[in-house]
Design a protein around this ligand. Sequence first.
Ligand code: PLP
Length: 453
Amino acid sequence: MRNAIAENDKQYVLHPYTNLSAHQEIEPFIITHGEGIYVWDDQGNKLIEGMSGLWCASLGFNEQRLTDAATRQMQKLPYSHLFSHRSTEPAIELSQKLIDIAPDNMSRVFLVNSGSEAVDMAIKIVWYYNNALDRPKKKKIIARKRAYHGITIASGSLTGLPYVHDGFDLPAIPVMHTETPHYYREGRDGETEEQFTDRLAQTLEEQIIAEGPDTIAAFIAEPVMGAGGVLVPPAKYFEKIQLVLNKYDILLICDEVICGFARTGQMFGSQTFNAQPDLMTVAKQLSSAYLPIGGVMLSEKIYDALVTGSDRHGMFGSGNTYGGHPVAAAVAVETLNIYEEQNIVSHVQSLSDQFALGLQNLCDHPLVGQARSTGLIGALEIVENKDTKAQYPVAHKVAAQVANHARNHNLILRPTPGDSVALCPPLIINEAELKLIFERLEKALNDTHASMS
Ligand SMILES: Cc1ncc(COP(=O)(O)O)c(C=O)c1O
């Protein structure tokens, strides 16, 4: 063991999303500091954080304005809350700013501390809404296979990845998982992308009819599925799905926890993919991840029903001690100011072609079956046979191998289910840095290929 700190990590830290017995053998990867798009580990290596941490550190790792905003608020009012008519200036300013930049139908914000909490709260709001409308049976939620919505009892139930359910007795709320809009892997022979999209909409409608439309409350979707493999939906996917949802009075929740705040080249992913959500969940890039904060945005139609319910029950009985924490809210306000001043949306748009091309160029590599991206989020799908799209045996963990080799070349990327490797660099990245990412990624693919043959 290289030092006492690493030893103490093994001794005391229970790591999330980690094979616990393997952790006893593997050296922890300890990050000590950061600057711009780079982080340093405790061995002195300077790495490009090609995943913005967990798809979140949009402004990189040393934005002084965020530190200053936190310090100012910490000195002025380090804590207060929003219960029982109380409020704070940062929470009010943040809510107003969010509604200003959100799609027109959004009218209120409920502030929480994480993406999972935002998703849980969105589900509670949908249930409360249907109770207020005297539709007590309309409670089931439809999510998608390979979706990622978090890890709490409700959000983890909606997540459509087995490793999130296994051993935890999830799903534990009424949820159905429908098909994944991943044409490259799920499209049938001879099926066009549009036909594939029609089939998914039809399957959804059949599921709704089989379950009973009056039992289904909402459909939840990430505009681009992130942790499930950066799955970019076909062009008309949301339009077609939304027709089905409207027909059966089913709400659409867009989980914008990754896509929100310019990641896909528009302020929100639902705008990039023509979805018209009734509720939106946000977190991560809301504060560039400098402090934990998330939120649920909802339409006036939903808000009105919550008012009715609150009259009936005496109050809207939900809230977190730290929800809308003034220091986190102040940092989020400053983050949104920076996005506006730097015109982060057009910055992402100006780089998205270079990003897409960098990934597409790697399609010539023998290991790469498909490249996909939108804005500054993308992935390569690794295959053993490019013609048949056959994948390597799971035991090869080929995507993890690519990520390991990338780390040897000082690039952090992320293996995801379906043998894909994801990239989601800080939004402040520039052309030269993007070029460097693709040089390092190509070296990682070459090393992986050499080790497989
Ligand atoms: C789309 C989406 N929703 C929800 C979550 C859960 O967020 P958190 O990890 O902050 O609970 C994530 C996390 O990656 C996510 O990607």
